[in-house]
Ligand binder design. Structure first.
Ligand code: HEM
Length: 403
């Protein structure tokens, strides 16, 4: 059993490289050889990096490891608990999380999400109409991958789509690791919360068929649910449900363009979309960071003792390449038997919007290939620029052409 000392200076720096949407070679070596390893975070603080599949699942479900890390905790920039977080937040552990999650998840059932299909399809078709009217080559990110999830999430929440450029700017700042200063992040949080506060007040007067109105109605059942908690939930959904899906479409398309055989197979057989989407989710890294957690007592993880007070960073997106779980993990193989990737997390915090994300990705890829049958890369895929300094990242631009 390994033990450790707490001096960070001798530790290997966390293999945080310039993000390129794929698992870096250095991280690939770590996943293969060291499911639990000791690293120095960019902030200089020591932490346990957990990349083994079983080990990540353990960390995300072990009640002895908390995600409620205060502002004085081992920061790497990924926002943890804000000092002024409400009493209950979806980012907490245990009972406060469970209570809010119960409320929040009602409108997210797979049946309700499936009912959104015709509207999501309509939005996807409108976006493709605009691309066709403009003519290629075009940027897939600004022309399709960005606006599709943003329009869907605005309609779902019940906020006007005209406000989406403000949302994009706020959510960029909030997801910043190094791209924005702490003051800019804080200002964006305050602006977004203020905006949603006003939206909640307006819905209280004139309810509609949307998430904000449904959550307001739930306040009648849970007398403890405060407006502050409700706004915090809306912020989480807006942030969690937007950039992640934008990047899954953008990075996913890059993976497909780099695997032209798989792209042709999908074009020839659209029924493969579900399997292809799952494999894209497994291999298209949304980030090489995840949230920092802290051990509340000594815990054994994968034969290593994580001492009470130690910081732990589970990395589900790297665990998707654990060779003990996935055979030939670096191959893009939609027909693989094992498909249980960890891209939507694991345990109590498993992504609330997974059904919606899968629906959007299904419609996105099916529609792109059906309406642009000659779709191919319009530029050099090796020269792509990736968005830097964010906790959830993807390509800045993906040029495509179709004639
Ligand atoms: C491809 C797209 C998406 C990816 C990769 C993704 C990934 C994740 C992951 C990894 C978690 C767990 C985080 C943790 O353990 O701390 C999570 C949680 C969450 N996601 Fe997603 N997500 C996506 C789309 C969405 C969408 C479309 C929505 C909503 C409309 C959404 C809403 C949420 C919420 C509210 C949580 C917090 C759940 C909780 O803490 O109980 N996500 N997501």
């Amino acid at each position: 059993m390994d033990t450790h000392d707490n001096s960070a200076t001798d530790l290997r720096a966390y293999p945080f490289e310039e993000f390129t949407g794929v698992l870096s070679d250095e991280l690939a070596k770590v996943v293969e050889n060291e499911p639990v390893s000791r690293v120095r975070l960019p902030s200089g603080a020591p932490a346990w990096l957990v990349t083994g599949y079983d080990e990540v699942c353990q960390v995300l479900t072990d009640p002895r490891i908390t995600r409620m890390v205060g502002r004085d905790g081992p920061r790497i920039g990924v926002s943890s608990m804000a000092p002024d977080a409400p009493r209950r937040s979806i980012n907490m552990d245990g009972a406060p999380h469970a209570a809010l999650r119960r409320l929040a998840s009602r409108p997210f059932s797979a049946r309700r999400m499936e009912a959104l299909r015709p509207r999501v399809q309509e939005i996807a078709d409108e976006l493709i109409d605009a691309l066709l009217a403009e003519g290629g080559p075009a940027d897939l990110v600004s022309g399709f991958a960005q606006p599709l999830p943003m329009r869907v999430i605005c309609e779902l929440l019940g906020v006007p789509p005209e406000d989406r450029s403000r949302f994009s700017a706020w959510s960029d700042a909030i997801l910043s690791v190094t791209a924005h200063s702490p003051e800019q992040v804080r200002d964006a949080m305050i602006a977004l919360a203020g905006y949603l506060n006003a939206a909640v007040a307006a819905k209280r007067v004139a309810p509609a068929d949307d998430l904000l109105s449904q959550w307001i109605a739930a306040q009648a059942e849970d007398e403890e649910l405060t407006d502050e908690e409700l706004v915090d939930l809306a912020v989480s959904v807006l942030i969690a449900g937007h950039e992640t899906t934008v990047n899954a479409i953008g990075t996913g398309m890059v993976v497909l363009l780099r695997n032209p055989g798989q792209l042709d197979a999908l074009r020839a057989e659209p029924a493969r979309t579900e399997r292809v989407v799952e494999e894209l989710l497994r291999v298209a890294m949304p980030s090489d960071l995840f949230r920092i957690m802290v051990a509340l007592e000594d815990v054994e993880v994968g034969g290593t003792t994580v001492a009470a007070g130690d910081a732990v960073m589970p990395l589900p997106f790297a665990a998707n390449f654990d060779p003990k779980k996935f055979g030939c993990p670096h191959d893009f193989a939609p027909d693989r038997a094992e498909t249980s990737h960890l891209t939507f997390g694991y345990g109590a915090h498993f992504c609330l919007g997974a059904a919606l994300a899968r629906l959007e990705l299904d419609i996105a890829f099916t529609t792109l290939l059906a309406r642009l049958p000659e779709l191919r890369a319009g530029g050099d895929l090796d020269a792509l620029k990736w968005r830097a300094g964010l906790a959830v990242s993807g390509p800045e631009k993906v040029e495509i052409t179709w004639s």
